[in-house]
Ligand binder design. Sequence first.
Ligand SMILES: Cc1cc2nc3c(=O)[nH]c(=O)nc-3n(C[C@H](O)[C@H](O)[C@H](O)COP(=O)(O)OP(=O)(O)OC[C@H]3O[C@@H](n4cnc5c(N)ncnc54)[C@H](O)[C@@H]3O)c2cc1C
Length: 397
Amino acid sequence: MTYDVFVVGGGPSGATAAEDLARAGKRVAMLDRDGRIKPCGGAVPPRAIQDFAIPDDLIVAKVSTARMISPTGRSVDIHIENGYVGMVDREHFDEFLRVRAVQAGADRLTGTYLRIERDSAGTHVVWRDKASGEERRSLTKLIIGADGARSVVARDEVPGGDTIPYVIAYHEIIKAPEAMAAANADYDPGRCDVIYDGRISPDFYGWVFPHGAQASVGMGTGIDGVNLKEATAALRASAGLTACETIRREGAPIPLKPLDRWDNGRDVVLAGDAAGVVAPSSGEGIYYAMLGGRVAATAAQAALASGKARDLKLARKLFMKDNKTVFKVLRSMQDAYYKSDDRRERFVSLCHDIDVQKLTFEAYMNKKLVAARPLAHLKIGVKNVAHLMGWVKPSWT
Ligand SMILES: Cc1cc2nc3c(=O)[nH]c(=O)nc-3n(C[C@H](O)[C@H](O)[C@H](O)COP(=O)(O)OP(=O)(O)OC[C@H]3O[C@@H](n4cnc5c(N)ncnc54)[C@H](O)[C@@H]3O)c2cc1C
């Protein structure tokens, strides 16, 4: 049989694309190699929970405060009004999404993508079946490459697909401290800590994210030679979490820049990390991957209906229409404030401003850039310039 769409990858982007296509009545395959839990902090904003109907039982912790910590140890707690940040365990979250895609009608295939071949019969995805070890060839009209960071589909099929810059993120999943120990560790199961400190990460940040019975403690960096394990050990020590049992140690790349092209002008379109779509500054990728899967499915349906490959471009167009400005703002923020401890100190100072908190959290939670009072924008702009020009002390709020 010929598939309408063959989706490579069953993470948030691939499973969302497969589910949407199956619901639209398309013949769709979803291939995942399976067997590895995606390393991830698992923080998802309310917009993702709402738009992608994430059930409450997948949320293992509800976070109501974000604590920003500066290199000198100053901190500011940002209380999340009217809602919470949900924490998911990727082991169960990804599996839920895959099962939901199958329930909608997608064929689930377990194995490893190898390559694409084209002949007079059409386009074939060649993959290795996990159970038998045999090579299989599946005929399809279109392919969605949702195989994550360092995507093989992107590398082989889409111009520029092998040039995405990355940070490497590493984390340790630990047993969350018990109540008594938590008091010593200053650990709060309802609070995410974000640590801006060059000793933990010289160009990104470190984090402590609660996950119910577990917690994720980690950091990211794009600089070669940084010892990720030592940095994470230092972070655990400073957070009082050294003694907690370590359940898993794992790392993976986070792409830093959306590709200029997401399709090959013929029969392939990319989604999620494969397209380089993770928010700068925060490294947030789950919501954007699911949205990427959704717009890739929309573009694939348009191309199937029209028979025109150029409709695959719709995926990037739709995505950028709503998110280009946020990505631009976050990129400039990262470039300006993640480069030295002096700048990180200033960044945490800015986070003391209630209007900065409101604007950034609205953008994170609901993916909207809201217009604040004109005077608030002016005030933030002035503070920003004052810090970047060094006119005020780093601790000035
Ligand atoms: C340490 C770390 C912490 C993070 N924390 C957060 C966070 O707190 N919040 C957040 O929003 N984002 C976070 N991210 C980013 C987020 O995890 C990703 O952006 C998101 O998983 C991207 O989804 P995806 O579906 O595009 O790719 P993935 O989740 O990587 O899924 C790709 C899928 O493709 C499959 N695959 C890959 N290659 C093949 C192949 N050759 N054949 C068959 N299958 C294949 C894989 O098995 C996988 O299931 C974090 C990332 C890291 C590394």
